[in-house]
Design a binder for this molecule. Structure first.
Ligand code: ZN
Length: 556
């Protein structure tokens, strides 16, 4: 990048950082305005004011996203590259009494000199080679980089072929409201203007593979996340007759032991492995203390994907549920037999029959008994839950399962397996289709060009999956209808009029390969968040610019 462009990007990054925009605060709205004003002030947009605009998210906070389109003038072309960047940040309470300076790198650096920082952060501070501040790494510098690159391209728009669309989104750190507003708009733009989407670029921060990882990566594709959940119904008993009951905590504990951090459930694609699943919540549903054992328990699991679709995960988790249920019963039998011998009682087996159902199967079983009345009852509950803005979405989902199970005449032990929101599809970029191939090639060449700079001394390579959850997931959806149906039918309350909804059809239809060409720094989501300005302001924009140009070349 020309030094003027680097300088301009740095200035924008600092301006954006100065405007705090913690997710779910009014700062998000002011930030959208600042980004809009910044883009509208570019000569190209002075000439084409209709190509930059804000769109309402229609949410309770009144948030907006900013969209900027740019049309190359070399020759008519429908080829379009989409870029996204979020402008919200995580909270600032981690800055303690320096909260008010979270967006002021200069003051922050001075004040930090008086603080006891972690060693690496202290060294970086003293080196003067880093800029600290909330959101500067995740990812306002990335937004600045995209705007800077677009401005640079607009200066020579007569020689640019194809189109660029940039969307600055809110709420990435929470519920992705911004991105989920943008996706249907992309479909609309395609219908109205005939844009043909080729790739999506997100300059979100470059995540290390492990703490202290010295390597830098451009990611092509992104990891997915889904949350299989186990609702376990046991049989309560008085503690004085403990072998008469079936403790649901025993079953969820066994499920945790089987699933937690177990590589059996890792997805491997091209040698890149997901982290194994991990428990996000485990509890029984007893509300009071008593000498009765629990009847029900709940287990929520975070499950990362590179290739498993919702139907794969659900089937697998149902199988595991049944196996672990079986294991608990056989262990109980062993213990009961030993106990009976010790106590001189008659030896017999416990009566429990292992079984697991999906939410969809439970619904069918209860509907068999109640008919349409069930649909009416569930619809009424859904309305009630929708109107409740105090209850967390996870609890609402659970509430629907619990209510449905209550309506069932069958009170025998069972495990119900379902999905709790949110869901982020993975995006795997393969060598098979034309768009994927073009993006892989474009990024590879961009890396090569940047590495050819004699001043460039970073270890940089391309990897397949961005390891953290991001809005890029919504650039696609599973293509198999079975996967989609299984997800929708097993996520209680899912639907356009429900408590959780994704524009799955639109996501499916956008279906572009994605890449994260990120900012370089350290400690995203920590008060020591900081960037390496040399990479971030010079090479991140260069990589984005080169990737765009290489893609453009591949069209002609
Ligand atoms: Zn981010």
């Amino acid at each position: 990048m020309r030094p003027e462009v680097t300088e301009r990007i740095k200035q924008m990054a600092l301006d954006f950082t100065a405007q705090l925009s913690v997710v779910e605060t009014p700062g998000e709205i002011e930030m959208a305005q600042l980004i809009y004003d910044t883009i509208a002030d570019i000569d190209y947009y002075k000439k084409h004011p209709d190509l930059v605009y804000q769109l309402d998210c229609n949410d309770q906070y009144g948030r907006k996203i900013v969209v900027a389109e740019m049309n190359g003038e070399k020759k008519p072309s429908d080829k379009t590259i989409v870029m996204i960047g979020h402008f919200d940040t995580v909270g600032i309470s981690d800055y303690g009494n320096l909260k008010e300076y979270a967006g002021n790198p200069e003051v922050l650096a001075e004040e930090f000199k008086k603080w006891k920082l972690p060693e690496e952060a202290r060294e970086d501070l003293e080196s003067g080679k880093y800029i600290f501040g909330r959101g500067i790494f995740d990812m306002k510098s990335g937004d600045a980089a995209v705007i800077g690159v677009m401005e640079e391209i607009s200066r020579d728009i007569e020689n640019f072929e194809g189109n660029l669309i940039y969307c600055a989104v809110c709420d990435e750190e929470s519920n992705s409201t911004g991105m989920l507003t943008f996706v249907p708009h992309l479909v609309k733009l395609r219908e109205e203007k005939g844009y043909d989407y080729q790739a999506m670029i997100d300059p979100d921060y470059m995540a290390p593979a492990f703490p202290g990882d010295p390597e830098k990566y451009v990611f092509i594709g992104t990891v997915g996340k889904i949350m299989p959940t186990f609702y376990v119904v046991g049989k309560e008993t008085h503690v004085g007759e403990s072998f008469d009951g079936l403790d649901p905590n025993r079953i969820t504990s066994e499920l945790v032991a089987r699933i937690n951090l177990n590589p059996e459930f890792c997805d491997v694609v091209d040698g890149e492995v997901t982290l194994p699943p991990v428990t996000l919540k485990q509890r029984d549903l007893k509300t009071e203390y008593s000498v009765q054992t629990a009847t029900k328990s709940l287990l929520l699991v975070n499950y990362a994907t590179h290739c498993s679709e919702p139907d794969d995960v659900l089937k697998e988790m149902k199988r595991v549920a049944k196996e672990e249920f079986q294991y608990v019963v056989s262990e109980m039998n062993k213990r009961y037999k030993t106990f009976c011998k010790m106590a001189g009682r008659e030896v017999k087996d416990v009566p429990w029959k292992p079984r697991a159902l999906t939410y969809e199967e439970l619904y069918a079983a209860v509907r068999e008994e109640m008919g349409e009345e069930l649909d009416r009852k569930m619809a009424a509950l859904l309305e009630e839950l929708k109107a409740n803005d105090k209850m967390d979405l996870r609890d609402k989902t659970f509430h629907m399962v619990d209510y449905l199970h209550e309506l069932w005449s069958d009170k025998d032990p069972v495990i119900i397996v379902y999905f709790t929101p949110p869901y982020y599809p993975h995006v795997a970029v393969k060598d098979e289709n034309k768009k994927d191939k073009a993006l892989l090639k474009a990024v590879k060449k961009a890396i090569k060009t940047v590495k050819a700079d004699p001043d460039f001394d970073y270890p940089l390579r391309q990897k397949r999956f961005l390891p953290c959850i991001s809005d890029l997931s919504y650039a696609t959806a599973p293509t198999s209808q079975e996967a989609i149906d299984m997800y929708m039918n097993n996520t209680p309350g899912y639907g356009e009029d429900g408590i959780y909804n994704l524009p799955l059809k639109e996501m499916q239809s956008i279906d572009v390969p994605v890449t994260d060409i990120g900012t370089v720094g350290k400690d995203a989501h920590k008060f020591t968040e900081r960037i390496d300005p040399r990479f971030t302001f010079q090479y991140t924009p260069e990589l984005i610019y080169q990737t765009i140009m290489n893609l453009m070349e591949s069209w002609s």
